[in-house]
Design a protein around this ligand. Structure first.
Ligand SMILES: Nc1ncnc2c1ncn2[C@@H]1O[C@H](COP(=O)(O)OP(=O)(O)O)[C@@H](O)[C@H]1O
Ligand SMILES: O=P(O)(O)O[C@H]1O[C@H](CO)[C@@H](O[C@H]2O[C@H](CO)[C@@H](O)[C@H](O)[C@H]2O)[C@H](O)[C@H]1O
Length: 474
């Protein structure tokens, strides 16, 4: 491995979309693991290495671990030029995920159950045969994401987790758990994985799942529906832009997945003490957010009233394992069904936070927020007037309310419990999610931040008006 590589990577990492420590100054990058991916690649003049990097920061805060698969070649095919990281010691070092030879080697390693040092490549039992040989057509998934996925032969999605945390990744654990209880019908089949050991604990480097080629993602569908509505200029239930039946069906799916997770991993009842602790986390998240987003300051008092109401009036909450970061971008509509993807939880969450049982209403709140996002996204698009047309705002609000209500109805039809019947908890979870989103957006997409901040303002207004109904929050 070239000696200058850690220095080069220290300059390259902050430019990568998946590098989670945006804004923190890197002090040092140390290569913690370097695992040769497949010696047969050498025949083609290529070395594939899976690197685990420990990144230390100048602020003295906790170091982070990242996975960076690299390729090294003396001469690079032109197609790989955009993936170059640096030229070092007569070799070109590049992002291995752009190289079909390397991604195919990983897939073949998983199909044939290879062990490479500490790295165990395995097909899932009973998942059907993965191709053990043959030329693979490999392309980056090409969507905005927190990790890095490649699609092989339009059939397999090979997803590499970028920020590594010791422990089995939920994206492997939860679909496996659903399968055990016959509840995996609404998730893409997990076909294999790359696991190893880091800091003495198991770690998941990558997962292979069925690539759902004939699907549309919920976010694009919802935006299309809102666009249709505005083009028609009518109320949603009289226009093409009505998402209610899709939202209702999605409510069914989410309730069924929650039921599967509850059967697979059990449920618990959180008493008053636990509820106070959860609300404490919401308060802490708000305080943290206010340090960066002063627009939240004037709403903090109202949110505190809501949080106090939850602490004093909610006696118990049933908790279970949940998706953890559910939104319209995490759902795929096949010709017959909705599927849920990406069970990893919020990108910045720690492994312990991801493993915690939560109210399933947390996922419901995530999805309800997402309808709000989709409805109002048009108003932040470039070129949109600073003061939006009130008629368009009314239509967007109506689209959002109808979709949210239909989602809750669908959820209730399958679970037997309407999320709106727990108004205080649902309102607190909605407000907490909007605060999370405000932080996420200000960090990654500042021009989107007005969406969640406007939602917090609306929620604060509802709280101040004393309305007790969750419905008024939508
Ligand atoms: N198995 C799959 N088949 C087809 N598309 C998928 C699949 N898994 C994810 N996607 C699409 O890729 C996007 C990003 O995937 P996701 O797992 O959320 O990545 P990340 O965790 O890196 O953010 C999703 O929003 C979805 O549109
Ligand atoms: O998909 P990820 O697990 O990486 O989730 C993060 O990024 C999401 C954006 O890609 C972000 O979702 C927010 O924007 C979505 C539209 O792009 C919207 O549908 C969601 O409702 C909204 O929260 C998510 O919060 C973040 O964790």
């Amino acid at each position: 491995m070239p000696a200058r590589l850690p220095l080069v990577l220290a300059a390259w990492l902050p430019r990568q979309r998946w590098f989670a420590a945006k804004g923190r100054v890197i002090d040092e990058v140390a290569v913690e693991q370097h695992i040769p991916l497949d010696d047969r690649l050498a025949e083609g003049g290529c070395l594939g290495l899976l690197l685990t990097l420990r990144v230390a920061f100048a602020d003295g805060g906790p170091a982070e671990l990242y996975q960076v698969p690299i390729g090294l070649r003396s001469a690079l095919p032109p197609a790989l030029e955009p993936a170059v990281i640096a030229a070092l010691d007569g070799l070109v070092c590049y992002d291995a995920l752009a190289d079909p030879e390397i991604t195919a080697a990983v897939l073949h390693g998983i199909a044939t159950g290879r062990t490479l040092g500490d790295l165990r490549l395995r097909a899932e039992p009973g998942a059907g045969r993965l191709p053990a040989s043959g030329t693979r057509v490999s392309r980056p998934l090409g969507v905005e994401q927190s990790n890095s996925s490649v699609v092989l032969d339009e059939r397999y999605l090979l997803k590499f987790f970028r920020r590594l945390q010791p422990g089995v990744n939920q994206e492997l654990e939860l679909p496996r758990a659903l399968l055990e209880v016959g509840g995996a019908g609404h998730v893409p089949a997990i076909l294999g994985s790359a696991e190893g050991t880091l800091d003495g604990r198991p770690v998941t480097y990558a997962v292979v799942q069925h690539y759902v080629a004939n699907a549309a993602d919920g976010w694009s569908m919802a935006l299309g529906s809102v666009r249709d509505l505005l083009a028609g200029g009518q109320v949603p239930d009289q226009a093409g832009g009505d998402f209610a039946s899709e939202a209702r069906r999605l409510g069914h799916t989410v309730a069924e997945v929650h039921d599967g997770l509850a059967r697979a991993r059990g449920t618990r009842v959180l008493g008053r003490e636990g509820i106070v602790a959860v609300v404490g986390e919401m308060r802490a998240r708000l305080e943290q957010a206010r340090r960066h987003i002063s627009a939240l300051d004037r709403h903090a008092g109202s949110l505190d009233v809501l949080f106090t109401a939850v602490e004093s009036a909610v006696d118990e909450v049933t908790i279970q394992r949940v998706h953890g970061d559910l939104h319209l971008g995490q759902v795929l509509r096949t010709p017959t069904d909705w599927l849920l993807v990406d069970f990893e939880g919020e990108p910045a969450a720690t492994q312990d936070e991801r493993l915690r049982m939560r109210s399933p209403l947390r996922d419901v709140a995530g999805m309800l927020r997402s309808f709000d996002y989709a409805a109002h996204h048009q108003f932040i698009e470039p070129g949109h007037p600073a003061v939006p047309d009130p008629a368009a705002v009314r239509l967007a609000d109506e689209w959002s309310r109808r979709s949210q209500a239909a989602f809750c109805e669908g959820y209730a039809e399958r679970s037997g419990a309407d999320p709106r019947d727990q108004p205080l908890l649902l309102r607190a979870l909605l407000a907490d999610k909007a605060v999370y989103e405000a932080v996420y957006e200000s960090r990654w997409r500042p021009h989107w931040a007005s969406l969640p901040v406007a939602a917090v303002r609306r929620y604060a207004r509802e709280i101040a008006s004393g309305s007790p109904r969750a419905h008024d929050f939508f």
